[in-house]
Each structure stands twice: as C-alpha cells, then as structure tokens.
Ligand binder design. Sequence first.
Ligand SMILES: Cc1ncc(COP(=O)(O)O)c(C=O)c1O
Length: 435
Amino acid sequence: MTTTSAPALRFSQRREWASEQAIGFLMQQAVENRDCVSLAAGLVDPTTLPTEIVRETADEILADEAAARSALQYGTTPGSEPVRETLLHLLATQEGKSVEELGVGVDRLVVTTGSAQLLSIVAEMLFDPGDVCLVAAPTYFVFLGTLDGVGARAIPVETDEYGMRPDALEQTLQDLEAAGELERVKLVYLVSEFENPSGVSLAAERRPQVVELARRYSRSHRIHVLEDAAYRELRYDGEPLPSVWSHDTDHDTVILAQTFSKSFSPGLRVGFGVLPDDLVAPVIDRKGNEDFGSANFPQAVLQRAIESGRYAAHVDRLRASYRRKRDAMVAAAERHLDPLGVVRWRRPEGGLYLWIELPTHLQTGFESPLFQRASRVDGVMYVPGELCFAGDAATRRRHHARLSFGVQDESGIEEGVRRLASAIEHVLASATTGA
Ligand SMILES: Cc1ncc(COP(=O)(O)O)c(C=O)c1O
C-alpha cells in the first residue's frame, strides 16, 4: 500500500512576515517556572479591575430593553455615534479644552478593538513592503512586530530622558533624504506618555517640534506621526501635558491612538483613534474588511461608565493604587539595585514600567546568563530590553530590562527586584572570577 502525504502548504507573504511574539515565550516560561515572580507581564493589576462598575453598568443596560437590544446587536464600523460623542467629550477633558476647541468632530473618531487594532490598521493602510517607520529607541515591541507583519522597516531614533530627540529625528530624516529614501518614510511612531518600556514621556517643548519636523519633511507625500497615548491616564506625579496631537492645529499630520485597556479594562478591549480627515475612510474601509465594527456591548458599558462619572472615579482610585506600586518598585530599586553600583534607572512619573540599564557587557536576552539565572535559579522574570530596539540585530542594545509593577502586589514587587538584584550580583561575580 502506498501512502500519499498531503501536499505542502503554500502560505502568503504575510505569513512569512508574521513574527512569533516574544510574549508567547514569556508566558510559557511563566507556566514552566511557577515559583517565578514575573515582572515581565504587561498585564494590568487584577485587583483593581472595575468588576463592580462593569456589573452595575451591564445590569443597567440589560434592564433597559431598548439599550439591551442595541448593545447586543451589531454596531456600525466606526463605532456608534453616541459612544464617539462621549469619547470626544472625554478627549476634550483630557486636553483641558472644550469640545469646540478640540477642532474635530465625531467624524474623525473611530472605535477599535483595543488600540492595537488601530495601530495595525494604520500600518496596513500606510505601508507597502520596504516602507519606513521611524520609532523611538527603545519602543513598544509589539508595534515592531506589527511593522514586521506588513513588511515595513523600523528605523530607530535616539531617545533620552525627555523622549525621542528632535535633533536625532531630523538627522535621521536628513540621512534618509541623502540616501534617496525619504520617499519611503510614511510614519513616525512614538508613545508620548510613560513609554512602554522606558517610562519616559515626550517633553512638552519637543511635542510641537516633532509635528513640525514631520511636516517639513513631508515633501512628495505626507509623513504622519502616530501618537500612542496608551498610558495617558496613568500619571502619578506632575501635571498632564497636552498631547502631541493638540499641536497639530490642522489635524492632518498626527494620528492619536488611545485605549481603555490600561485605565479601565483590557477585557473590554475598547480603543479609539482620532484621524486626519483623509485617513478616516481608508481606516474604516479596512476595518470593514476585518470586522465591520468592534463589539457593541463593551462600548455601551464603557459609555455608561464614563457618562455616570464612575469611570473618572475609577481612574482616580487606580492612580492611587499604581502610585503605591510605583513607589514600592522605586524603593526596591533603591534598596537592592543601587548597592550593586552598576544599574541605572529612572523614577517613572506614570505608566507601568521601570526600565533598567546594566553595563554593556551584561546582556539580558533570553539566552543570556542573566536571564537564565534569574528565571531558573532566583525565580524572577523580566522583559529583555533588546526586544524593544528596532534596527540591525548586530548593533542592537542588549543590556536593558523592562520591569513591570502592573501585576505584582507591593510585596511581590519587593521580592522580584530583590531576586533580580541577586541574579545580577551572581552574574557579575562569575564574570569577574571567570566562573
Ligand atoms: C504602548 C502600548 N500601545 C498599545 C497597547 C495596546 O493595548 P490595547 O490594544 O489593549 O489597547 C499597549 C498594550 O500593552 C501598549 O503598551
């Protein structure tokens, strides 16, 4: 008897570009090392999720026959208009302006399934294979995967404690122009508030400069700025800054991406984008091809939570809770990392992450002695910094780590940082003794 094997699968080019997400590896490690304290997970704090508010609002919606039917029905591709009205008012509050002063109407807003969907659709609508996206160094590593997924090239732009450096952005644009590649540059991507992973925000005076540069180098076509403001509501110190988007007075250059995943619940997965006029139709058309509208029920829950004031009260409580956890991580870093004398870090004013820098010879990647020691012996996990740098693998920086204070409670944070310090100490000692 002869057996015939099934013919080989022939995948699309997109299958080739779709990269395995490092997050999968981290999850597997967490499952295999149950005693590990994970400072890697980017999840939000499970204890502060708004279970009460969601229960109340869902009950209210379901008790009202008309509201229930509408919430349980398909919606429209850009999201329901009343929901977008509510989001526009929230945006005005965040910007410290009236709705009229915002300068855009609901027609510029698109509700998406998390901001991830908006980032992905924008990438699909702007990039042909080989096109260029300028990104901060370091940047949100999931978006680097999104760029890979559409065959775009990510080029890193130097960043300091005030975020992406405008002089470095200009230099990069000049270099690309000199190389005849300006044609390929479509987008500058940055996380304006408490960047994942570095925790830094783009300084107020840099915000208009980034917009101005994107405009100035928009020669044969427009270069957009994609402002990802995922952590905007999670500020623990200081005054909120107007968005980069607010400096784009014509609202034709900056795309603003926001989400309720960090400030409310990632389980509802509601995000939204504010788009330049001529990007609205392409984004809605593409979203129409994907899902013809995000789920209506979570949008209805969120709208009611915002309108009733419960969302704002929740965000206040959340900030207080994360502030305590941020303080716990800072205290743990002072107690355990500072005495090692080789670890540099900055106190984040918001967000969920502490970004640490080690001496260049102390690599942090999955295969490195530090990661192996930390995860297998000391029992702590972090996100290797190299995942967050775009560009040439040979020159990529490999001596940083992202520590999250999102999931662990205060004692977990203290214990995680203590274990990490122990792993670093061990690896430093073996490097000196050659062991
Ligand atoms: C910087 C940044 N942008 C976007 C997202 C996507 O979140 P969501 O799709 O849940 O809105 C995240 C999630 O971790 C993030 O850290």
